[in-house]
Design a protein around this ligand. Structure first.
Ligand SMILES: Cc1cc2nc3c(=O)[nH]c(=O)nc-3n(C[C@H](O)[C@H](O)[C@H](O)COP(=O)(O)OP(=O)(O)OC[C@H]3O[C@@H](n4cnc5c(N)ncnc54)[C@H](O)[C@@H]3O)c2cc1C
Length: 388
């Protein structure tokens, strides 16, 4: 493993996470990928060790750590060859409850999420006909006889089959009746086992990565009134509040991927002999690897900046978005170099390169696509005219 990187802080935390990950070697993740299965034993071990409760305050049974430490946990999972995407939702989805839930909701949910008794790994925002244009969502929740009745459809909703609860964004006031398009949406806690008995159908979407994700159909799904989080009509703002932590943690996962690819390709380039010398002696091989390493290090600087601001409760939307953009791009460049310089072996499943290559590619599209980050920076940081 490369020693001189910007990821050499929090040594005890890194060592502890690495020790846990060592029980789940590459073969484990390869087999799970081949079987399109869920890494249940790995996620259970992480939960039991308390790592997924890093951001939950101690009074609710969590570890009360900062985003910097939480990001180290996610980074190390990916740096060890795993895929934190299987469980990262459990770490950050609860932030919405923590910031906007009532005291009763926090006391009911957070200790159970911290212990792993309840999994809150899913958040349902995206819809098939509206895509990134979230304020146009059509899923509605209407209050009737003391309950909310939900109708509509969602797409790409991850980890539903490995969650007990899901956060749902739905329109509670029609778009035509609100002053600002970002108003009139609300968020709810959905009990997934109960919902699937009456009103919610789940259809898995086979996809490029072993990432459990689904289409959801709501037909007169009834949700108890007390499952509304925060104020009615303010849900979009609440969801946005949580995205900065999510983006920063995913940036850390990409950075973990980036180091994994660079470790792998430098080892391989030192050992692989062609034309009577190691391929890594050729500058044509060295330069793309060196370039990818520089980009991962640069992305890491922005990730630490984002964590520092978040942990100081300072505004950090720009840094979270920029960290996610830089890290997803850097890990993809590292993935390309790693695949390229493994030659044909890069395509062999037993090297794990093709699996990690697929996994890291996702992060230029989800949870927010690169173009939408450019758009955010152009409008909100550079003050350019709003384009949509
Ligand atoms: C594996 C996976 C898991 C996911 N998990 C979840 C989940 O758990 N919960 C959830 O709610 N969502 C989830 N998503 C959805 C994800 O957040 C969206 O796919 C992503 O935000 C892009 O939205 P879209 O697919 O609707 O693309 P669209 O909005 O249709 O956009 C398509 C392309 O056009 C570009 N584009 C669109 N508008 C503009 C513009 N104005 N200017 C420039 N370019 C533009 C986009 O950048 C994008 O590249 C997941 C997606 C995947 C693939």
């Amino acid at each position: 493993m490369i020693e001189q990187t910007l990821s050499n802080n929090h040594p005890e935390l890194r060592e502890a996470v690495r020790a846990l990950c060592a029980q789940f070697p590459q073969e484990y993740f390869r087999r799970i990928d081949e079987q399109r299965a869920y890494p249940a034993e790995f996620v259970d071990a992480l939960t039991q060790a308390g790592w997924l409760a890093a951001l939950i305050p101690t009074e609710y049974g969590g570890s009360g750590l900062g985003l910097a430490e939480a990001s180290v946990i996610m980074e190390e999972i990916n740096r060890c060859g795993g895929n934190a995407g299987a469980c990262h939702g459990q770490m950050y989805n609860m932030g919405t409850l923590l910031r906007h839930g009532s005291q009763a909701q926090k006391e009911r949910f957070l200790p159970r999420i911290a212990s792993g008794e309840w999994r809150l790994q899913s958040m349902a925002v995206t819809e098939p006909s509206t895509g990134t244009d979230t304020t146009k969502i059509k899923t509605s929740a209407v209050k009737r006889d003391g309950r909310w009745v939900v109708n509509g459809q969602k797409v790409w909703i991850s980890r539903v089959q490995h969650s007990d609860w899901m956060i749902l964004l739905a329109r509670t006031t029609p778009l035509a009746e609100v002053k600002k398009k970002s108003e009139g949406m609300s968020i709810f806690m959905v009990d997934l086992a109960e919902a699937q008995k009456k009103g919610l159908s789940v259809r898995p979407i086979p996809n490029m990565v072993n990432h459990e994700t689904n289409e959801l159909f709501f037909e007169d799904l009834e949700i108890p009134e007390e499952n509304l989080i925060g104020q009615e009509g303010q849900g979009f703002k609440y969801i946005l509040d949580g995205l900065n932590a999510e983006r920063t943690l995913i940036a850390a996962e990409c950075i973990g991927d980036g180091y994994w690819f660079i470790d792998r390709v430098t080892d391989y380039a030192r050992e692989r002999q062609v034309f009577g010398r190691p391929i890594g002696q050729n500058q044509g091989v060295q330069f793309p690897i060196a370039e990818a390493f520089i980009e991962v290090e640069a992305a890491n600087l922005m990730r630490w900046k984002a964590c520092e601001l978040f942990d100081a409760h300072a505004p950090m939307g720009a840094q979270a978005n920029m960290a996610k953009y830089l890290a997803a791009k850097a890990s993809w460049e590292a993935a390309n170099a790693c695949l390229q310089f493994h030659g044909g072996f890069g395509f062999a499943c037993e090297y794990d390169v093709e699996r990690k290559f697929r996994e890291t590619r996702l992060y230029q599209v989800a949870p927010i696509s690169t173009n939408l980050i450019f758009s955010y920076v152009a409008e909100h940081i550079l003050g350019l005219p709003r384009s949509f």
